[in-house]
Write a protein that binds this ligand. Structure first.
Ligand code: TXA
Ligand code: MG
Length: 333
């Protein structure tokens, strides 16, 4: 049998624009419950939601994103009780859930044999990624939907994650059923993903909760996922995942003629042209930089330049997640 083509979503429908009134949030929940696709804000980035219990809805989601192959999705639920019903949480996972949920943390745990999340959403894996987001709009929509919602970042596969509803529309207008506009996302990078499959905890993706904060709760140092960057434990972490059009040059202390500059702290690297420069955080704050990262990358990517020089960024706090995403964006070329 021929493989269905999941990469050819073309604009074919009118995408509803919803706000955050109770009526609009109820509508968003109904559309999801009907197996259709709704983009909504979380505190990290905008997610593209689909009913995680429905293979048809999840297949529609993969098609809309244009994911070339099935890549497991995070199941989003509104509270810890709902989360605990989807997976077998080892004791350390329970501790992390209690410390950080709701929040920018995703835990990968063994799925329960009776987990309602469909196999397609898990990409056939025996494990399941779960998150309880801390955003009033996401919370309201999840409660209205009344079932786990699979939600990858609401961008076409290979594009930069959206931190504004306008970014979602630029990628998915005419391809999904609705976009809920809840304003800019506060954190700006995706959740931290931890693997909790047994009595260890492994960092699968640095993200919105800093390693230091997690280690403070665990009382020991986090291990990093072993293995090669092209076949990581978090299968979506291919090095080409975050791809701007322009070439990125990281750790740049000088800017070459014709290059745009993504700054961090002041002063900007030598040679930076003011009209071709954006600063992630003039005061050198990694959290502020994370919130600006994807918006600034998109804006610089639209300029006519020879490339983007990125100033050095320290690796502590959210700096780890920022450097991870920038390294992927740079490797994409
Ligand atoms: O902040 C976020 O996490 C956002 C918001 C919308 O919640 N979501 C997000 O989803 O970033 P996505 O699909 O773009 O990234 C999820 C990552 C992928 O790299 C995927 O491979 C990995 O999680 N993942 C999902 N299930 C997994 C599993 N069972 N084992 C290992 N990795 C898994
Ligand atoms: Mg993504």
């Amino acid at each position: 049998m021929a493989e269905p083509d999941h990469t050819s979503a073309r604009p074919v429908m009118a995408t509803q624009r919803l706000g955050t009134t109770p009526a609009d949030l109820a509508r968003a929940g109904e559309i999801l419950a009907a197996g259709r696709l709704v983009a909504f804000p979380t505190e990290t980035v905008y997610g593209l939601g689909a009913d995680a219990t429905s293979p048809e809805a999840v297949a529609r989601l993969y098609a809309a994103k244009g994911r070339p192959s099935f890549n497991p999705l995070i199941a989003h639920v509104p509270d810890l009780a709902a989360a605990f019903s989807l997976g077998n949480f080892p004791p350390l996972a329970v501790k992390l859930a209690k410390a950080f949920w709701p929040g920018a943390l995703t835990l990968v745990v063994p799925a329960t044999p009776t987990s309602p999340v469909c196999e397609l959403a898990r990409a056939g894996l025996p494990s399941l990624a779960i998150r309880v987001p801390d955003h009033p709009v996401a919370q309201a929509i999840l409660r209205r939907a009344g079932r786990p919602i699979a939600a990858p970042s609401a961008n076409r596969s290979g594009h930069i994650s959206p931190s504004l509803a306008a970014h979602v529309a630029a990628d998915l207008d005419g391809i999904i059923d609705a976009i809920v506009d809840g304003g800019p996302t506060a954190i700006g990078v995706e959740s931290t993903i931890l693997g909790c499959l047994d009595d260890t905890v492994v960092m699968l993706r640095p993200g919105g909760i800093a390693r230091e904060a997690i280690e403070a709760v665990l009382g020991f140092a986090l291990k990093d996922a072993a293995g090669d960057a092209e076949a990581p434990l978090a299968p979506g972490r291919l090095s080409s995942h975050y791809a701007p059009e322009h070439t990125l040059r990281l750790g740049a202390t000088t800017v070459r003629p014709g290059e745009a500059c993504l700054g961090f702290g002041l002063p900007l690297p030598e040679g930076a042209m003011p009209h071709l420069s954006l600063n992630l955080s003039e005061r050198g704050d990694p959290a502020e930089a994370a919130a600006n990262l994807y918006r600034h990358l998109r804006a610089l990517d639209q300029l006519s330049t020879t490339g983007i020089a990125v100033a050095p960024i320290p690796a502590h706090g959210l700096g780890e997640a920022i450097l991870d995403r920038l390294a992927r964006a740079a490797a994409a070329k």
